[in-house]
Write a protein of this length. Structure first.
Length: 341
């Protein structure tokens, strides 16, 4: 029933009560009792009017909350789509499997390495592309990764469809399936065949130069700030392979506490964090540097392709890198900031 109709009926009831009251007052029979009952009835009607107004206000509030929830849902859907697109178009070969190695998600780069369309790989076992002699090792490593909190690394031979096999490094991290259930494995796949060939044929000059650059990072202290545990573990795994000593924290407040205890050589910070973001950190770091009389190189790390790089640099960051950039770019950035090129 519409609000106008409800108001109309209330008004009609009131008119009838007034007419009845006027009629009864002209009759001496039980006049006082009847008038009292009518007054009580009239009070009930007023209460109904109050309740009607309260219900109407609650309905308007519900509509407002519903609209806010719809907007939040649209925002979440949009952000999920952004992350999905980033995953699909990432330059690194990435895929998600269940505990048995069945492929749940795969990006275009990984599908290209396996030489199969992405849609045809969903539901297929990754072990189909592992050399037969390494099947047992592969299954064992997957099971081991499920019980580990850190990123696991191992090497296998990958056999793409209708292409030559290649040596691959797999970085494996336990996670959740799309449904939210535990038991998924997030896997990054790297073709290291060229490095193997360089070692085999003795052309070590380029590889030696790379190793020399990596050794220059031995003992370098890096403080990394990110609210996401997966990001902290992945970046740590990349850096420690090059001799970097990594300290990770989840918030700006924890980072400032760590800076009171020790002074790192380089700071890397995520930009988008829920409480205080990377821009808040850089402002507080500058104030701390002025107080302490030193300067620590700091780089910004972001998952957003549309991040304004000019704004990042203007804020005081010396460098800016996307989270999906190849590990070599991360290492090069850290070496540059620490003047260990």
């Amino acid at each position: 029933m519409r609000q106008e109709e409800l108001s109309y009926f209330f008004e009609r009831i009131q008119q009838q009560i007034e007419a009845l009251e006027q009629y009864i007052t002209q009759s001496p029979i039980q006049q006082q009792q009847t008038i009292s009952a009518l007054k009580t009835l009239n009070t009930y009607i007023q209460n109904l009017e109050f309740l009607k107004t309260e219900i109407q206000n609650n309905l308007e509030l519900i509509k407002t909350v519903e609209q806010e929830l719809l907007q939040q849902n649209e925002t979440l859907i949009s952000e999920c789509q952004v992350y999905h697109d980033l995953f699909k178009l990432a330059p690194n070969a990435s895929l998600v499997t269940n505990a048995e190695g069945i492929i749940l998600e795969i990006n275009y780069t990984a599908a290209a390495l396996l030489n199969v369309f992405p849609s045809l790989l969903i539901g297929k076992s990754l072990i189909n592309f592992v050399a037969q002699k390494e099947h047992q090792l592969f299954v064992s490593k997957l099971k081991q990764s499920l019980n580990e909190k850190s990123v696991q690394e191992f090497e296998v031979s990958i056999c793409p469809r209708d292409r030559q096999a290649f040596n691959a490094i797999l970085l494996v991290k336990a996670g959740r399936e799309t449904s939210g259930a535990l038991g998924a494995l997030q896997i990054c796949l790297y073709d290291i065949t060229k490095y193997k060939q360089l070692a085999q044929i003795g052309q070590m000059s380029s590889l030696s130069a790379t190793i020399e650059r990596q050794n220059r990072l031995d003992g370098l202290r890096v403080l990394f700030i990110d609210d996401e545990a997966d990001s902290r573990e992945l970046i740590t795994a990349m850096l420690i392979q090059h001799g970097v000593v990594v300290t990770t924290v989840a918030t700006v407040a924890e980072a400032l506490q760590e800076l009171e205890r020790s002074r790192p050589d380089v700071i890397i910070s995520d930009l988008r964090m829920p409480d205080e973001d990377g821009y808040s950190l850089i402002r507080k770091l500058k104030a701390l540097e002025t107080e302490k009389g030193y300067q620590i190189p700091i780089a910004a790390l972001t998952a957003y392709l549309a991040e304004d790089q000019a704004k990042v640099i203007e804020a005081g960051f010396q460098s800016h890198l996307h989270k999906l950039a190849p590990p070599t770019e991360l290492i090069a950035m850290v070496a540059h900031l620490a003047n260990r090129i």
